[in-house]
Design a protein around this ligand. Sequence first.
Ligand code: NAD
Length: 482
Amino acid sequence: MTETKNIGQSVNDSLEKIQTTFQLQKNNLLSIRKTSVKDRKKKLKALKAALFAHRENLQNAIYADFKKPAIETDITEINSTLTELKHTIAHLSEWARDEYVDTTLTLLGSSSYIQYEPKGNTLIITPWNYPIYLSLSPIISAVAAGNAVILKPSEFTPNTNKAIKKLLFEIFEEKELAVIEGDYTVSSELLKLKFNHIHFTGSPAVGKIIMREAANHLASCTLELGGKSPTIVDESANLKDAASKIVWGKYINEGQTCIAPDYVLVHKNIQEKFIAQLKQTLQERFGADAEKIKSSAFLARIVNTKHFGRIKTLLNEAVSNEANVEFGGDFDENDNYISPTLVSNVSKDDEIMQEEIFGPILPLIPFDNIEDAIAKINDKEKPLALYVFSKKSKNINKVLQETSSGGVCINDTLLHILNPNLPFGGVNNSGIGKSHGIWGFKDFSNERGILKQHLPFSAAKLLYPPYTKMSKFLIDFTMKYL
Ligand code: NAD
């Protein structure tokens, strides 16, 4: 594998390319719309085969972007995309079928059904942290539903973007699926165009811009955002198991995961023991000392110097306000390296407890009782994910009842994203709308309600003017059943 130390940036595609690609797809909409489920499944099967064929190329590309270990690319990018593909291919015929619904008394004589029609021109904007999965997963839903797609991947993963383009162009023509590269100025130009649907994955701050721009054309939009996902570890939890799963969820991808445990709320009576368990797990997994951890082949790097500086400042500010670095705290700016770090005695007012960390630093906050932990969560915006480690169903149920979040894992981390039978997405500040599986398909479809009258006579005709005693009797009779 080639050592590429620094991180480049994509070159912006021209305005002319943006406009001609959009127009090309607009002119082709009807023919995509008319494709059968069989045609769409054929494309998805080709995408599946291409993922296997391009596996090594994708691993190398993402390694060149931020030194993500090849095995992690398999686990978190290729495997998860294949899971989504397999599920969609298996269920598309059933999802895309017209769905007949019941008829009410007033509508006797007619039948009603839902047609899933494609939304049309769609735009998918993605972030850099899981550049393969987060680009291909919405593409799978969009193609399954019969849409034209423009993908605008993050400018911070130029090598992966190139590899994704190569793969996609073996299967799709630009008039059905195109990739436009570039930074926020390119996004801004794209957002001026009259897309029918926008699927955005990224930060809440940019999500607000996307929604404002979508409003100009009243385009529907799905916002897959981020935030501070809390983890509760109560007194009854199996600490070894909790440490093992939290360390995995936090430090995979060097903490640059939208649903990573952002901070841990740990019962005050077990905090010390739990920190010791976390340290032991980190040493077993990445190395016994700072040097060995730095040379571990299982840790990626921070994507660019901007984010490296941001995360360093978050830790420095907390430490200057008397936070304790319990483990790690090593930085190397020549390599955008930050060691897995545990930090305690953090104040709720520190910036590290205000903004999404999105890096390998884990604050531990003690709580007195479950009510206290819940209050701390509810004091913040609704998170994308919430994790609870406990053997007490009373505590687990209380957390589920009294908090809100996009998704939840009980006694584990991250895994809910991998089940395509579950909707994935946030709530309010962590997102609007749901992706994956049938939710992804519906997201890219207009659920068109259709009523078909079978005979010239219909029950509703009895209620047309001129209104008579008979009309009054009939409406009174009908309303008795409501
Ligand atoms: P970002 O919001 O900075 O960028 C995301 C995309 O938006 C990029 O393609 C970028 O070029 C574009 N963009 C940036 N500024 C823009 C602007 N002003 N106008 C239009 N487009 C603009 O996010 P990021 O740094 O790439 O990714 C990290 C964020 O994404 C975190 O908040 C993380 O939690 C979130 N995220 C969410 C999910 C999810 O599934 N909910 C998944 C991964 C990441």
